[in-house]
Design a protein around this ligand. Structure first.
Ligand code: PMP
Length: 405
């Protein structure tokens, strides 16, 4: 069960007014608010235990290293990854996918190979493949969506062949809310000898993720959407893949030995963590994972499903509103357009009412093109949002209609 009162009290950012109105924060798909536990963990570490990690011979270095590596273990358990050294700390989902494209992609892909993505991908799971395809000459194939925003599984199946080397797919769409059937997609990819990369940027804060259950080969997510700090994220990959992949960046931390003639690499995961890492970011992410586990992702998923159903119903009651993305399995994202107003005007007017939503292409321009829309307004909910906030959104949309219709 979700104890909303207690949970909301844990998030200092939620308890404020904007433009003289109580804040209704519905921009969680872009980035989520932080609980006091995360803010305190970050402040505590900077105040008491701060030093650079690894190789330290003094007390603070040891404490910092223990906290940083402790956070890695929390991430491992969170994803149910087999081994801690398969958890690579990166800047976020974007860097994780760039790492896979630049390291695994450059090392393993050849001209004539194919990487399959989908029409609903975020730019972070499109552009890294384009950059690498330009250098190597492999093909990028795009699996289409159906009109309700589901992935067209038949069309995906038809795209796969012995040329397919990777299927790179989002777990949950940041625009449509669609939750993709990852286990099924993984099985299809593996049946063709291809790997599967999952963009977990949107999913980790909404549903339980078990990489062993999913069966995927790479999983990427960002700390800031999981109620943790910005600038920290995770790439999980199978050990044998990480072992075979060349380093992504060179520098300190990632080497075993360096001479001017040649260098050798550190063991996993340090081979992929060149330079001083975002130590306190990782520790803050660990605190965010503890916080989310304290509520439980199964409880979060159940609560948000109910909240989404309610918000969908009340939003549909506003004349001239059209919800974009109505797949049967979706997370708590509501993209919409109105017949009377442009999404950017909707966003500005909602802000005046204290309601924070996002308007634009949501870093998914090809999807917008497929939908035939320049932009949508998007209300995205977290477990700390309430039915009353969905009502506030709807009341504000009625005002938009009064002004524009
Ligand atoms: N993929 C998806 C589905 C996303 O929603 C986002 C963030 N909007 C990203 C990737 C990129 O995440 P980040 O900016 O944290 O690297």
């Amino acid at each position: 069960m979700i104890d909303l009162e207690r949970i909301r009290a844990d998030f200092p950012g939620l308890a404020q007014e904007v433009h003289g109105k109580p804040l209704v924060f519905l921009d969680n798909a872009a980035s989520a608010q932080k609980p006091r536990a995360v803010i305190d963990a970050v402040a505590h570490h900077y105040a008491h235990d701060y030093a650079n990690v690894h190789r330290g011979v003094h007390q603070l270095a040891e404490r910092a290293t223990d906290a940083y590596e402790g956070a890695r273990e929390k991430v491992r358990a969170f994803l149910n990854a087999p081994a801690r050294h398969e958890i690579v700390f990166v800047r976020g989902t974007t860097e994780a996918i760039n790492l896979v494209a630049a390291s695994w992609g450059r090392h393993s892909l050849r001209a004539g190979d194919e990487v399959v993505i989908t029409e609903m991908e975020h730019h972070a799971n499109i552009v890294p493949w384009q950059l690498m395809a330009e250098q190597i000459g492999f093909q990028i194939k795009v699996a289409p969506i159906l009109d309700d925003g589901s992935l067209d599984m038949e069309a995906l199946a038809a795209l796969l062949s012995e040329r397919t080397r990777l299927v790179a797919v989002t777990h949950m769409s940041n625009v449509l809310g669609t939750v993709n059937p990852i286990r099924e997609i993984v099985d299809m990819a593996h049946a063709h000898g291809a790997l599967c990369l999952v963009d977990g940027a949107q999913s980790v804060s909404h549903l339980p993720v078990d990489v062993q259950d999913l069966g995927c080969d790479f999983y990427a997510f960002s700390g800031h959407k999981l109620f943790g700090p910005t600038g920290i994220g995770v790439l999980w990959a199978r050990e044998e893949l990480l072992e075979a992949m060349p380093p992504y960046q060179g520098g300190g931390e990632m080497i075993r030995e360096v001479s001017f003639e040649r260098s050798t690499w550190a063991e996993l995961p340090y081979k992929f963590e060149a330079g001083t890492p975002h130590i306190v970011g990782a520790i803050g992410l660990g605190a965010a994972i503890d916080y989310v586990n304290g509520i439980g992702l199964a409880a979060i998923e159940a609560y948000e499903a109910e909240l989404l159903a309610y918000a969908t119903e009340v939003l549909n009651s506003v004349p001239g509103v059209r919800i974009i993305g109505t797949a049967p399995h979706k997370g708590s994202v509501l993209s919409f357009v109105m017949d009377c107003a442009h999404p950017h005007d909707i966003g500005t007017l909602l802000d005046a009412e204290g309601v924070a939503v996002r308007a634009g292409h949501h870093c998914a321009m090809p999807l917008m093109e497929r939908l035939g829309l320049p932009a949508t307004a998007r209300a995205s909910f977290a477990f700390y949002n309430t039915r009353e906030e969905a009502d506030a959104l709807v009341a504000a949309l009625h005002k938009v209609r009064e002004i524009f219709a």
